[in-house]
Write a protein that binds this ligand. Structure first.
Ligand code: UPG
Ligand code: 3PG
Length: 309
C-alpha cells in the first residue's frame, strides 16, 4: 500500500504534540481565559474518581490551568455521582440541568447540557473510562487554543494499544468514520482520531453548533467547525497513548448508526426522524440459529445552546 500523501489538506501544519508547550508557557498564555474540564460519565464509578482526582491535583491545585472540573452524570445507575463528588468534581445529573429543555439519553446530550452549568471560555472534554492516560492530555489540548486565536476546536490523538497492534484507530473509527470522511468530507481525512473523546473547544463556538445527543457529537462538531470556520479552525495534538474500556460490537453498531445519520444530515441529504431502526442478529433462545433484534437508535439533535442560554 502506498503511503504517499495525495493531498493532506495541510494537516501537517495543524498537527502538534503535547510536548510543544510547557506548563509555564500555557499558564502565561492563559491570562484571564477560563477553562472548564467536562467529563461526561455513564456508569463509570470504577474510573471517574481517578480521572477527577488526578486532574484536580495536577491541573487545579499544583498549577492553576483548569478553573473547574465538572462531571455530567449521564443517567448512571451505579455510584458515578458519589464517586465523582468525593473526588472533588462539581457533579450534575444531565437530566436535572435545565429541565425545561427536556432530556435525552446519550453522551452528546451530557456535553450539550454542560454548556448550561459551566463557565469556562474554553471547554475541555475527557472521557471518564480512561485506564491508560495522563494529565498532560489537558494542557496538550489547550496548547493550540491558548496560543492561536484562529483555532476553535482541538482534537486529541494517540496510539491505542490493542489486540491488533498500536496503530488502529478503534473499530468504529476504521469501519465507519474514516470511510465516511473519505467519501463525503475528504478535507477532514488528516485527522488521526476523528472520534476521540478528548477534545477542546471554545465555548462561544460550541454553543453555536447543533449537537447530536448521542455518539455523533464528535463527527458533527468536526464537520460543522470545518464548514463554518474553515480547516484552520481545527488543530490536532498527539497525546501519546491511551486505553479505554471497550463496548461490544452490537453497541458499536448503534454508535455507527448515529454517526452515519449525523453525516447524512450534513451531506446533501437530511434525516428528520428521532430514531433509526437498526436490525441486528443475536442467537436465538436455546442457541439454535439467529433472531433479528431491532434497536431504535436515537438520533435526535439539540439546537445551538446559544439560542437557549
Ligand atoms: O450515554 C452515554 C454514553 C457514554 N457516556 C460517556 O462518554 C464517554 C465515552 O463513552 P464510551 O461509551 O466509552 O465511548 P467509546 O466507545 O470509547 O467511543 C469513542 O467514540 C465516540 C464516538 O465519537 C466518542 O463519543 C467517545 O468519546 C470515544 O471514546 C464515557 O465517559 C462514557 O461514560 C455518557 O456520558 N453518556
Ligand atoms: O473509536 C472507536 O472506533 C470506538 O471507540 C471503538 O473503539 P474500540 O474498537 O477500541 O473499542
Amino acid at each position: 500500500m502506498s503511503e504517499q500523501k495525495r493531498d493532506d489538506f495541510g494537516w501537517a501544519a495543524r498537527t502538534h504534540t503535547w510536548r510543544d508547550w510547557t506548563l509555564a508557557d500555557l499558564l502565561a498564555a492563559k491570562g484571564t481565559t477560563t477553562v472548564s474540564l467536562v467529563v461526561p460519565a455513564r456508569n463509570e464509578a470504577a474510573t471517574v474518581g481517578a480521572v477527577v482526582t488526578r486532574c484536580r491535583e495536577v491541573l487545579m491545585e499544583t498549577a492553576a490551568l483548569v478553573d473547574e472540573i465538572v462531571v455530567i452524570d449521564s443517567d448512571s445507575t451505579d455510584a458515578t455521582y458519589d464517586v465523582a463528588t468525593d473526588a472533588g468534581a462539581v457533579v450534575h445529573r444531565a437530566s436535572e440541568i435545565r429541565p425545561d429543555l427536556g432530556t435525552f439519553r446519550g453522551k452528546g446530550e451530557a456535553m450539550w447540557k454542560s454548556l448550561f452549568v459551566t463557565r469556562g471560555d474554553v471547554v475541555v472534554f475527557m472521557d471518564a473510562d480512561l485506564v491508560d492516560w495522563d494529565t498532560h492530555f489537558v494542557p496538550g489540548l489547550l496548547g493550540p487554543l491558548l496560543t492561536d486565536p484562529e483555532v476553535q476546536l482541538v482534537k486529541g490523538f494517540y496510539a491505542r494499544p490493542g489486540d491488533s497492534g498500536p496503530y488502529e484507530g478503534g473499530r468504529v473509527t476504521e469501519l465507519t468514520a474514516r470511510p465516511l470522511i473519505a467519501l463525503l468530507f475528504p478535507p477532514l481525512a488528516g485527522l488521526v482520531q476523528p472520534l476521540a473523546g478528548e477534545w477542546a473547544v471554545r465555548r462561544d463556538h460550541f454553543s453555536h453548533l447543533s449537537v447530536p445527543t448521542g455518539y455523533a457529537v464528535e463527527i458533527a462538531s468536526l464537520i460543522d467547525t470545518w464548514r463554518t470556520r474553515g480547516l484552520d479552525a481545527i488543530a490536532q495534538v498527539d497525546l501519546g497513548r491511551r486505553a479505554h474500556s471497550h463496548q461490544n460490537l452490537l453497541d458499536l453498531g448503534a454508535m455507527s448508526t448515529q454517526i452515519l445519520t449525523a453525516a447524512w444530515a450534513r451531506s446533501t441529504h437530511s434525516h428528520h426522524a428521532d430514531a433509526v431502526p437498526l436490525t441486528q442478529f443475536v442467537p436465538a433462545a436455546g442457541g439454535e440459529g439467529f433472531v433479528p433484534r431491532i434497536d431504535e437508535v436515537l438520533v435526535v439533535e439539540r439546537p445551538p445552546a446559544a439560542d437557549l442560554l
